[in-house]
Design a protein. Structure first.
Length: 39
């Protein structure tokens, strides 16, 4: 069974990846952060 720390680490990695994708697509930073928080 996975512990909570692993789950939170995966969520942070997903958010970082979402920000990277938004940066490549020239999405404004505020919008990228808003989208990342949806994960």
């Amino acid at each position: 069974m996975r512990n909570l720390t692993d789950v939170f680490t995966e969520i942070e990695l997903l958010r970082a990846a979402m920000r990277d994708v938004c940066r490549v697509m020239n999405v404004p930073l505020a919008e990228a952060d808003r989208l990342a928080k949806l994960i």
